[in-house]
Design a protein around this ligand. Structure first.
Ligand SMILES: *[C@@H]1O[C@H](CO)[C@@H](O)[C@H](O)[C@H]1NC(C)=O
Ligand SMILES: *[C@@H]1O[C@H](CO)[C@@H](O)[C@H](O)[C@H]1NC(C)=O
Ligand SMILES: *[C@@H]1O[C@H](CO)[C@@H](O)[C@H](O)[C@H]1NC(C)=O
Ligand SMILES: *[C@@H]1O[C@H](CO)[C@@H](O)[C@H](O)[C@H]1NC(C)=O
Ligand SMILES: *[C@@H]1O[C@H](CO)[C@@H](O)[C@H](O)[C@H]1NC(C)=O
Ligand SMILES: *[C@@H]1O[C@H](CO)[C@@H](O)[C@H](O)[C@H]1NC(C)=O
Length: 658
């Protein structure tokens, strides 16, 4: 994935010499500069942040540019035809993508923000975290409420509450955050732990569902998205962290307050409180409106793809890795602020070897349960992840651990091959029987431009070292041996009818994964002694890992939280590989096809339109992508005041259920 911070650094260097053609669009002559008003501030009133973002008028050239890019990238999107009538239980994602684009093309917008927010909302509501529009101009602010909400069971009944740890939690944002509420004499501290009856005049769970239906995105299952609405623990980077939740931490500063009917702790009387939001800015510093546009909104050197055949690019790629490594992850609005988990709720047990990265492992007081909290599959170091797993399992074995608990809470995915690695390392190569590949059968869409890209790569001698299309990225389905870069796995293409449309895809293939750790033949733990816990927010590579464990080993899986009574999948979003805009544009440029009439133009604005580029097919139904295979957990548990923010308490609770 391209690094946002290095892009920003590169940009910061550019700012002093902005050519006039990149200048911000003009605004009414004598109007005061709404961006200057909030310049230099980490926190602003939402209305002020919005006024800055809405100061850029709608521009038809930019609309045509963005919509043309989006529309031509959708040609590569594997799930387009499913959307016409999304199979149950995912029917609430049904939409006609081409009709949505046409609607946005003819809608009247006052501002560039209004246009971009409409595109953002349309793609977000596809509920596929792999397929979204992120306009960098308008995603730098996040609205934050000093009263994040959670769903908890108390005396056998589930309700929505203001997180009992909200004071400790929001205090981690610093006194510039809490001081704002003190300055307007709003006492958020007395709301901690309050029982929330209604939000914005609706039943609190109904409001959570509304947020899940209109704002959360990322996960095709409604139940999983409802869990996104609430605050929960996670690992962000390599640290314990707490997510605000989408009710309390929405992307856009379009709301000034959130009205809640609640009963404070130690009170019996319901009262209605209007809680102010405060917008947090995570972009690079700016001084005024022109600056804001130049820094956040204009395409920069990291926006559009590059021809990877150019020697400097090749050197950069090959110095790091032997091949390009497939990614499957989501972009969560929440990590930007990286709010920690208040330290008193972090595990107190000593960490086991291999816990420095994205995995944190412990041995529970019962001495027989080993826990691996796999925070993501996106470590800084692809190979270190594998040696960490080895080190952890070695220590577990040495200390006599006999059962394994894997926590996948809020795991946003990462390298496709690390999900496959963890799967095969924990279950042993023998367990895979006559399908020895540790992943899924996969295809990509063989649209006319994709067919040209692959043919051109073959003619040019392009390989997996610099591109994702060449066949040596994959293995043959028939014998699991690596293809050669000259194999054309799209000829002949394969087609089937989905919702009345003819969908054309490549022949099926398998992933080829570089492992630096020996894979055991026999599992380190009896498969019946492995269990998984999470909150369903287990995206992409995480979803592929949990689905492999379910489909191939029938591993026990438990989901915590969600809306009481609403079935909730254990996996969030199980596309296969994602390509960022930079990636697909680089594939096109590397294949010398940027001038093809089917190719999208370069983006004029800074942004990313990412898409799900590959399908993973279910073992239980080889005609169905696992994205659309309903797979429910074996157990469902509510969170309690002891577990929602305390992973160690949750693991001890879960270990009693083997
Ligand atoms: C619209 O955007 C384009 C591309 O940045 C720019 O050249 C043009 O001047 C803008 N139009 C107006 C009216 O600002
Ligand atoms: C708080 O805000 C002030 C003024 O905007 C800034 O100078 C200071 O560094 C901020 N403090 C922290 C801890 O971020
Ligand atoms: C938007 O509509 C106009 C007018 O019909 C058309 O020329 C243009 O190609 C459309 N743009 C996109 C991106 O579909
Ligand atoms: C509620 O009452 C208990 C017992 O008096 C007290 O310890 C606690 O601090 C009170 N909590 C709040 C939020 O007022
Ligand atoms: C854990 O790591 C330490 C330090 O690297 C090492 O000395 C020890 O042998 C490791 N323990 C196990 C069980 O591998
Ligand atoms: C694997 O299968 C492919 C296609 O079926 C074939 O071309 C190739 O020779 C086979 N490779 C091996 C090592 O059997």
């Amino acid at each position: 994935m391209r690094s946002r911070s290095s892009t920003l650094a590169a940009l910061a260097a550019l700012v002093s010499t902005i050519p006039t053609c990149l200048a911000a669009p003009a605004t009414a002559a004598a109007a005061p500069d709404p961006c200057a008003k909030i310049a230099g501030k980490t926190f602003s009133r939402p209305a002020d942040a919005l006024a800055c973002m809405k100061s850029f008028p709608f521009n038809e050239t930019l609309r045509q540019n963005v919509l043309t890019v989006i529309s031509r990238v959708f040609d590569f999107y594997t799930f387009e035809d499913y959307y016409l009538n999304s199979p149950p239980p995912f029917q609430d994602s049904t939409t006609n993508i081409r009709a949505d684009i046409a609607r946005i093309n003819r809608t009247h917008y006052e501002t560039d923000f209004d246009f971009n927010k409409d595109v953002y909302d349309f793609t977000t509501q596809l509920n596929d975290g792999h397929t979204r529009w992120f306009p960098d101009c308008y995603t730098q602010f996040q609205n934050l409420l000093p009263a994040p909400v959670v769903t908890l069971e108390e005396n056998g009944v589930q309700n929505v509450f203001v997180a009992p740890d909200s004071v400790e939690f929001v205090s981690l944002l610093g006194t510039n955050f809490t001081g704002f509420f003190d300055s307007i004499e709003f006492d958020f501290r007395r709301l901690a732990g309050a029982k929330v009856l209604e939000i914005e005049g609706m039943d609190a769970y109904a409001y959570a569902q509304r947020i899940a239906e209109t704002q959360s995105g990322n996960f095709i299952d409604l139940g999983v998205r409802i869990n996104s609405a609430f605050s929960s623990y996670r690992i962000s980077g390599t640290d314990f962290s707490q997510r605000f939740g989408d009710i309390s931490g929405p992307q856009f500063p379009t709301q000034n307050t959130l009205t809640m009917k609640l009963i404070p702790v130690n009170s019996t009387k319901a009262e209605t409180v209007s809680v102010p939001f405060l917008a947090s800015y995570a972009g690079a510093p700016f001084a005024n409106r022109d600056d804001f546009w130049a820094i956040n909104c204009v395409a920069n050197s990291g926006t559009n793809g590059v021809d990877n055949k150019v020697s400097a690019q090749v050197e950069k790629l090959s110095s790091k890795k032997t091949r390009k490594l497939a990614m499957a992850n989501i972009v969560d609005v929440a990590p930007k602020n990286a709010v920690g988990l208040p330290s008193q709720f972090e595990p107190t047990l000593p960490p086991v070897n291999g816990s420095e990265g994205v995995i944190k492992s412990f041995i529970l007081p019962d001495k027989k349960t080993g826990v691996m909290f796999v925070g993501s599959f996106e470590p800084d170091d692809f190979f270190q992840f594998q040696t960490d797993v080895l080190a952890t399992v070695m220590q577990f074995k040495q200390e006599g651990v006999s059962q394994l608990l894997i926590d996948l809470t809020n795991n946003g995915g990462g390298f496709v091959c690390l999900g496959q690695f963890l799967h095969i390392f924990l279950t042993g190569s023998k367990s895979l029987g006559n399908f020895p590949n540790p992943g899924f059968q996969s295809t990509n869409r063989a649209n006319p431009l994709a067919q040209k890209i692959l043919a051109s790569d073959i003619a040019l001698g392009v390989t997996s070292a610099i591109a994702f299309y060449p066949a040596d990225n994959w293995a043959f389905l028939s014998n699991d041996t690596e293809m050669s870069p000259s194999d054309n796995y799209m000829q002949p293409p394969s087609s089937r009818v989905i919702n009345g449309q003819t969908f054309v895809e490549s022949q099926r293939f398998l992933d080829v994964c570089p492992f630096n750790v020996d894979i055991p033949e026999n599992p380190p733990f009896a498969p019946s002694k492995i269990a998984i816990v999470g909150n369903g927010n287990c995206a992409s590579t995480c979803a592929m890992f949990s689905t492999l464990m379910n489909e191939r080993h029938n591993t026990k899986i438990a989901v915590f939280g969600g809306k009481p009574g609403l079935p909730t999948q254990f996996k969030g979003m199980a596309g296969n590989q994602v390509l960022e805009w930079f990636d697909i544009d680089s594939e096109i440029k590397t294949a010398n096809l940027k001038d093809d009439p089917l190719a999208p133009p370069d983006l004029l604005v800074s942004g990313d339109f990412r898409h799900n580029w590959r399908i993973a097919y279910s073992f239980l139904d080889e005609t169905l992508p696992i994205e659309y295979k309903s797979e429910l957990p074996h157990f469902r548990f509510p969170y309690t005041a002891d577990t929602y923010n305390n992973p160690q308490n949750l693991w001890i609770f879960a270990s009693a259920s083997y």
